[in-house]
Design a protein around this ligand. Structure first.
Ligand SMILES: [Zn+2]
Length: 358
């Protein structure tokens, strides 16, 4: 599809009387729905001074504290917020080392309840010993063999043994899916290229690749806000040979916002950059969740289908979202299947439990 115009955009497709442009549903191609409750979490004991300490002191404390009730609340709120931003599909990468079994079903059910399409993966890691890695792998296998949609997840090469990496790649190949893995996000994972080179395949989703020292096959998921927030540097995705998709790495699922950041990060590196490039990273998400292309979002702005407009127009909102089968999922900026206040109250209650543990 051409990067300059989203496919099948039709102003005649308006069916709820709203004023703005209509586009297909958007895809967040790398998310962590388990992190929705993290906003406002208690500060770590000391200020992290680099990427490794951010992982150790924030994310690995958070994921260890999660149980399935917290996860459900986190995924529901994340799914509602996605839908309200016109994002009808989420490619999620999950970890909850003390609540592994069944966790992918909890996320799948929470998103289905709201009306968001998903591709899910459990991030296998040896951080919690070989038994933790085995159980993570088993959760991927259980979910996928039962008909769940997703990929085999791996946290990152630097937290896995070679045996675990080979087992994940082998399981993915056996099940006919790719591997969804963080790759060379920061300096601790600089050996990822060498270790993954014998394993990686075209159907892998390789995330970040900021410090990647060679080419690897797969779709490359770029997450500009997260990369800036972790001060890991700019991966220059436009210069890679891989096709690029856009993710948020768990910081919401507002893809027009992430597109603006992707564009301006690209521009900061190359003043000749056009927003058409970052726009193509959004539309490449249909490779992962093609049905989202049949969903319809009516926006609060008349040129929400134009990269040059959107790049310079913050605050565009989704007014109505209609699924490909005609079901109205958002009407007048409110979700139709769930009560927003109830979802927020549930999230607040579970966040309080989570923060007490932290
Ligand atoms: Zn991530």
């Amino acid at each position: 599809m051409k990067a300059t115009s989203p496919p099948n955009v039709s102003r005649a497709g308006r069916n709820l009387g709203a004023m703005g442009a209509v586009t297909p549903g958007l895809v967040c191609s790398h998310h962590h729905l388990y992190s929705t409750l993290a906003r406002g979490m208690p500060a770590p004991p000391r200020t992290p001074t680099g990427f490794a300490e951010i992982l150790e002191q924030i994310w690995w404390r958070l994921d260890t504290a999660l149980d399935l009730d917290m996860l459900r609340a986190s995924a529901r709120l994340g799914a509602v917020e996605a839908l309200l931003a016109g994002t009808t599909g989420i490619v999620d990468h999950h970890e909850s080392p003390n609540a592994i079994e069944g966790s992918l079903d909890v996320i799948a059910d929470a998103c289905a309840e709201v009306g968001v399409r998903t591709s899910l993966a459990y991030g296998v890691t040896d951080r919690h010993g070989p038994d933790g890695a085995r159980r993570g792998l088993a959760e991927n296998e259980r979910f996928l063999r039962a008909g769940g949609r997703g990929m085999v997840g791996v946290h990152a090469a630097f937290t896995c043994t070679d045996d675990t990496l080979a087992a994940a790649a082998g399981l993915a190949a056996e099940l006919g899916v790719g591997v969804h893995i963080h790759v060379a996000e920061g300096s601790p994972d600089e050996a990822a290229g060498a270790r993954l080179e014998p394993l990686a395949a075209d159907d892998w989703l390789i995330v970040h690749c900021v410090r990647l020292d060679r080419e690897l096959p797969g779709l490359l998921a770029h997450n500009p806000r997260s990369n800036m927030n972790n001060a890991v540097g700019y991966g220059r995705p436009a210069r890679k040979r891989n096709d690029v998709v856009l993710g948020t790495d768990g910081i919401g699922a507002d893809m027009l916002e992430e597109f603006r950041l992707a564009y301006v990060a690209h521009r900061a590196d190359d003043v000749t950059a056009s927003p058409d490039t970052a726009w193509s990273w959004i539309t490449n998400g249909y490779r992962l969740l093609p049905e989202c292309e049949g969903d319809r979002v009516t926006w609060s702005y008349d040129h929400a289908d134009s990269p040059w407009h959107v790049a310079f127009t913050p605050g565009i909102r989704a007014l109505d979202v209609v699924a490909a089968d005609g079901e109205v999922l958002v009407e007048g900026g409110r979700p139709t299947r769930v009560h927003l206040d109830e979802v927020r109250a549930h999230a607040a209650e579970q966040a309080a439990r989570l923060f007490a543990l932290l």
